[in-house]
Design a protein around this ligand. Sequence first.
Ligand code: MV4
Length: 447
Amino acid sequence: MFEKVLIANRGEIALRIHRACREMGIKTVAVHSTADANAMNVRLADETVCIGPPAARDSYLNVAAILSAAAITGADAIHPGLGFLAEDADFAATVEEHGFAFIGPSAEHIRLMGNKVAAKEAARKLGIPTVPGSAGAVRDLGAAETAARVIGYPVLIKAAAGGGGRGMKVAHNAAELARMLPIAQHEAASFFGCGEVYLERHLERPRHIEIQILGDGQGGLIHLGERDCSLQRSHQKMVEETPSPALNPEERERLGTLAVTALRELGYKSAGTVEYLYQDGEFFFIEMNTRLQVEHPITEMISGIDIVREQLRIAAGAPLNYRQSDITLCGHAIECRINAENPDTFLPSPGRVTDYHAPGGLGVRVDSALYHGYEVPPYYDSLIAKLIVHGKSRNECLMRLRRALEEYVIGGIETTIPLHQRLATAAEFIDGDYNVHWLERFVRNPA
Ligand code: MV4
């Protein structure tokens, strides 16, 4: 096993990785920007290295500074966390070229899944149903119109290098396609540095359901069930739950088995997530994420498996400790992402935390780097805490969620806790009756 791991991230996820390392007796190196010198993950780390000024491009994305910090401290491995460099195939390759282990998948698999056209083609060849769409990228309007006639309108134009919904455009007919295609290509080129776009049939009210998988790259590959991530606004997930209230046991089994068969064939290593859209009893692959995800704790709560510990073991060359038959998914878990934002306008609310009390008790987990007196910096993502609750049934989980939200005190800054409280009592949420558009409307209607 590794003796020392450098954690190339910040905030709650850096703390989450630190905790897994310490439980395994691994020393940690926290790298941080000047803005994060007082962060909890930095305070708890065995060693710390300041890698640059607040702007992420100069610190958390500064590859030379991160590699130097790893060399100076004698780390054997680098965990990229999520966001920042986590899905940068060149970073993964560079880390290994410098003699450190990269705690994540192979650079080739990160690169493959980073191109959504290539990822979809790979998934289709591996037997996973994909959304009907163009055969690969569409070069020009002629090709796009031909493809759209076959697919049927409305169609969605997506960027091959995109993902997460940025730069998508709907076209309801040929005239709209002609107008939107050049705009989409131009946006793709300027957002992602690659103008390639592709078409898909537009599903109008899907749910977003993803499967967590773990592979060791030595033939061992399992899934840990699904997460329903349909509760999001502006492509930011707000609440996730597992199991999905929409799936029956047969659908769950089929989704999991398809993902496992495909990724075992690919020889996938580390944690990964296969994303599907689910509508009218049908599901379609859309993307694969080759990283640890923000919402991984709900899967840990129902499976009892520490996903970060498994990532560390796998990166050190150990085979998976579990077969699929060893996995029992138990009860129900929900995560609320708490942001330092005004709960009505969603404007960021950085500043000093003047009161802090986190909820606890049976079935309650808080993943957060907050503490009394901490100053939330204005430079980064506004996620400050994840409240994760577990219960034997979905109803017990919801009861516990309302209780835990009531208890949570974060003073001095605005947070989205009041919005979560309102959501936790909304009939559609309680009934599990929602799709990817539902929350958007809910947040626009005042209480
Ligand atoms: C779609 C779709 C409907 N039809 N693809 C947005 C994020 C990206 N990962 C995929 N997204 C979507 N792709 C087809 N063919 C609707 C969405 C979508 C969405 C997906 C997941 C979660 C929230 C969403 C919100 C709006 C649109």
